[in-house]
Write a protein that binds this ligand. Structure first.
Ligand SMILES: Nc1ncnc2c1ncn2[C@@H]1O[C@H](COP(=O)(O)OP(=O)(O)OP(=O)(O)O)[C@@H](O)[C@H]1O
Ligand SMILES: [Mg+2]
Length: 274
């Protein structure tokens, strides 16, 4: 197997290399829920650098902390300890974990897109209105442009003709496409997904992954949680969690074909009992 798997000490070495291409950094993240007897340590010291334009899948057993890590990386959930920093190329970096609620909300809205297992679209609005909504932070005279962009995005994700339909009149796969369009309305440079294909059958899941690969090829950094090795194999890097710690960090080798990468990933997961 020629998949690069780093140990904790390798990761430390990697971190001292150039930060030029790093998009998001987590340093010593701990996340604890509850208190005293009911305390759960969901994340126990996560260090990770995610490169700009990378496509990262987070895997691991149920309860290993995947969703918690995603929410901490995206600022949706506060960390108990540690820092998350968003790097902006030449501009100043932003410490996500130090932002006030209001600044954090703006950062999430303008720089990040989210896709979840359940689509969370508003049922009393049309598909188009749902996509447009997060784009309406722009000034009123830009609203027409936002609506035009929403229509374009719906075309892009293959459901342009459903724009004016009610949410209740679309299939799960179509709604997930709408959710991806909504996630892209503000042209985020980071897209997060928590099991975005978890509620879909295999062929719909593959179609949604085709879209997310396309989103990544446009230069957006994609980080998604999945249980599905076929979904994870579409990523370039797979981070495996176990009990709130990083158990494996596998990167696709440029020389690997899709099948070789998927096979080496499946082999690693099997040999680690994941
Ligand atoms: N809001 C919460 N309150 C208390 N404990 C929580 C909360 N959210 C998560 N946990 C606990 O933290 C740990 C990690 O949960 P998390 O949801 O991140 O796991 P996961 O890897 O995403 O699991 P799954 O694959 O089942 O979605 C679990 O033990 C879970 O019970
Ligand atoms: Mg989860």
């Amino acid at each position: 197997m020629n998949t690069a798997t780093s140990t904790k000490s390798d990761r430390t070495d990697t971190r001292s290399e150039s930060m030029a291409n790093v998009h998001l950094t987590a340093n010593g993240i701990h996340k604890t829920f509850g208190e005293a007897d009911a305390e759960t340590s969901a994340l126990r010291g996560i260090d990770i650098d995610i490169d700009r334009g990378d496509f990262v899948a987070i895997m691991g057993p149920s309860g290993s902390g995947k969703s918690t890590l995603l929410y901490c990386l995206s600022g949706m959930d506060p960390v108990t300890d540690g820092t998350v920093t968003l790097h902006d190329g030449d501009a100043d970096s932003v410490e996500v974990t130090a932002l006030r609620q209001r600044d954090l909300a703006e950062l999430r809205l303008t720089r990040m897109g989210f896709v979840f297992q359940q689509v969370h679209l508003l049922r009393n609005l049309t598909i188009l209105d749902n996509v447009v909504l997060p784009g309406f932070t722009a000034s009123p005279d830009e609203r027409e442009a936002v609506v035009a962009r929403a229509r374009e995005l719906l075309e892009l994700v293959g459901i342009g003709e459903l724009a004016d339909r009610e949410i209740t009149q679309a299939s799960g796969g179509q709604l997930q496409r709408a959710a991806i369009a909504r996630a892209l309305i503000n042209s985020p440079d980071l897209v997060f997904g928590d099991e975005p294909t978890g509620a879909l059958n295999a062929s719909m899941a593959a179609e949604i992954m085709d879209l997310l690969v396309q989103v990544n090829r446009e230069g957006r950094t994609v980080v998604l949680v999945t249980h599905d090795v076929n979904v994870a194999a579409r990523a370039n890097r797979v981070v495996v969690l176990r009990d709130g710690e990083i158990d494996g960090d596998l990167r696709r080798d440029d020389s690997q074909t899709d099948d070789q990468w998927a096979e080496s990933l499946a082999g690693w997961l099997t040999s680690h009992g994941t």
